[in-house]
Design a protein around this ligand. Structure first.
Ligand code: GRG
Length: 311
């Protein structure tokens, strides 16, 4: 299968699984279910689910066992975007090319939609709590409870203290201040990088990798996480608004410290190339493991897609 077809195929599976897990819009109380579905199906690129599915496939052909965790990661990501857009945070009007959740449903419902997505993600990760079907059969039966707990613990840290929340706090406290490179790295590696890195790691772990291999994949995910943010900052000044689905220049308007202010666009491009190479090199130790060469090619190609995206 061509890489682009593979991506589209996997995204279709993730979307179908998300549709299965989320309560329907007609289920009472309808407002919260409508709000959740509005944001989850607003056209996100599904980078975190794809990372988890592709790293799993490095170790196991049974990628379907990672569908529940992939959905959980996307729900956590969507929650963070809804809350980040709120007036108390970035106060953004558009996300993924559509009015933000609080603009459509009001602030109270947007807060609850975020809360609901975060908690629901962990219900999915617990397994065995939904009607059994093709989306969750393998996770329920082929992943041990011990491994599920390990993955739950890793994901909760990446999304919470020591991860996304800690990064967001330092980000808020740094607004309109001159921050040094180390602080900016802290913000980005926690606010954005942690969830991307844990997506790669959780996928590999659910695929059955060893502890040593989990470490290798974490390093790979960390390079991607940093590169992802560099590109995000670049797109905020140079991106096409229609393509990225929100106004550009919002970082500087809000007095946010970004890699642009420290490095400038040209150096960002250079650093992006460097991180891409480092990400590929980090996978060298596993290249002789008995994993399909096409799987290794796919994860490399996904790294390229993430680091050279235009939206
Ligand atoms: C509010 C708890 C809380 C955390 C917010 C992740 C985050 C922390 C804020 C998001 C702000 C932001 C735009 C960060 C830049 C990196 C990022 C997460 C971009 C959006 O991710 P994509 O490009 O989005 O994967 P799509 O829409 O494709 O899913």
């Amino acid at each position: 299968m061509k890489f682009q077809d593979l991506i589209e195929d996997r995204i279709r599976s993730v979307d179908a699984a998300l549709n299965f897990y989320l309560p329907g819009e007609n289920v009472y109380p309808q407002t919260i279910h409508r709000a959740i579905r509005y944001s989850v199906f607003a056209g996100g690129k599904r980078m975190r689910p794809l990372l988890a599915l592709f790293t799993a496939e490095l170790f196991n052909p049974d990628w379907k066992r990672v569908l529940p965790a992939s959905c959980a990661l996307e729900l956590i990501h969507t929650y963070s975007l809804i809350h980040d857009d709120l007036p108390a945070m970035d106060n953004d009007d558009y996300r993924r090319g559509k009015p933000t959740s609080h603009k459509v449903f009001g602030e109270g419902t947007a807060i609850l939609a975020g809360d609901a997505l975060l908690t629901y993600a962990f219900k999915i990760l617990a397994g065995h709590t939904f009607t059994e079907n093709d989306f969750n059969y393998s996770y329920n039966h082929n992943v041990t409870s011990q491994l599920k707990l390990k993955v739950i613990s890793d994901i909760s840290r990446a999304a919470g203290l020591g991860g996304m929340i800690s990064g967001q706090v330092v980000d808020m406290e740094s607004e309109c201040k001159q921050v040094d490179e180390a602080t900016l790295d802290y913000i980005n590696m926690h606010k954005t990088g942690a969830l991307l890195a844990v997506s790669a790691r959780a996928g590999a772990m659910l695929g059955g990798c060893s502890d040593e291999e989990a470490h290798i994949i974490s390093v790979f995910g960390t390079y991607l996480g940093k590169g992802f943010q560099l590109v995000d900052d670049l797109l905020d000044v140079e991106g096409n608004e229609a393509r990225i689905g929100k106004a550009t220049g919002s970082d500087s308007k809000q007095g946010k410290a970004t890699y642009i202010s420290i490095y400038g666009s040209e150096k960002i491009r250079y650093l992006r190339d460097e991180l891409y190479q480092k990400a590929l090199e980090s996978l060298e130790p596993i290249k002789n493991r008995n994993i399909g060469s096409s799987n290794l090619m796919n994860i490399r190609e996904l790294a390229r897609t993430i680091l050279y995206r235009d939206h």
